[in-house]
Design a protein around this ligand. Sequence first.
Ligand code: ADP
Ligand code: MG
Length: 275
Amino acid sequence: MSTLEIRDLRATVGGAEILAGIDLTVRSGEVHVVMGPNGAGKSTLAAVVMGKPGYEVTGGSVTLDGIDVLALPTWERAVAGLHLVMQYPTEVPGVMLDDVLTEALLGRGRATTDLDDLLVAEAERIGFEERFLHRPLNVDLSGGEKKRNETLQLAVLEPKIAILDELDSGLDIDALRDCARRVEALSNDAPAGGEPLGVLAITHYTRLLDELRPDRVHILAGGRIVESGGPELADQLEVDGYAAFTAGAGGVDDGGGADDPAAASASALGDLFAG
Ligand code: ADP
Ligand code: MG
């Protein structure tokens, strides 16, 4: 059993406090969903946990099975078992996907002998074209292909805990279903000798939750978790809007975040968050 423990995490960006004391615990096999309006600090939370430069941690702790994550460089956080699926996956010209995964597995002390077969099987399972396996990472792929690619990497690397920052942005409904289903399966089925994946999924659309079934739903507003509950909390949010939960939470932003505007009208919830 692995545990990611975030305790009273505080962080600033450019002198402004964006995370104002976050508490979250994610264990193997659990799916936690963090929902919140634009500018709430959702991507900042993902960035701080993975160690993206430019964010200053001003308090609190993040541990993975007792290891002080915040003391490690990003690559060591990944080797320790943390994995981030980025909202907008980066294109890396000249670096082949299969080479990336080979090096990543070697860096984790894992065998690569069956990698080719595994890649073909995973590509088929996630609906990712095999010819992309030997191409530069994400270069010229569509939004949906990039997210399938990220999900394939997640499945191959078998991290302990995955953070998904808006898995649902920039991809069509078929790709969303395939990716969300794969993540759900990873959270249910342990790899040989391992544990099922623990998931921290960041989103503002309940459509992700059709395939990725949350154990816990958390509402992030003003840099704090203002409410936590079961899956029914997402349904309640869809009806009541997040304003019902955020009165008095204090805002870090009036809502002008940089999220995908095309997707913002996809649901009633999206409309609420878009404002
Ligand atoms: P969310 O993902 O919930 O929409 P973010 O975490 O991206 O929100 O942003 C939270 C706040 O922090 C916003 O006001 C945003 O402008 C600010 N912010 C995030 N990253 C940076 C950065 N690198 N530089 C300056 N401001 C940032
Ligand atoms: Mg974001």
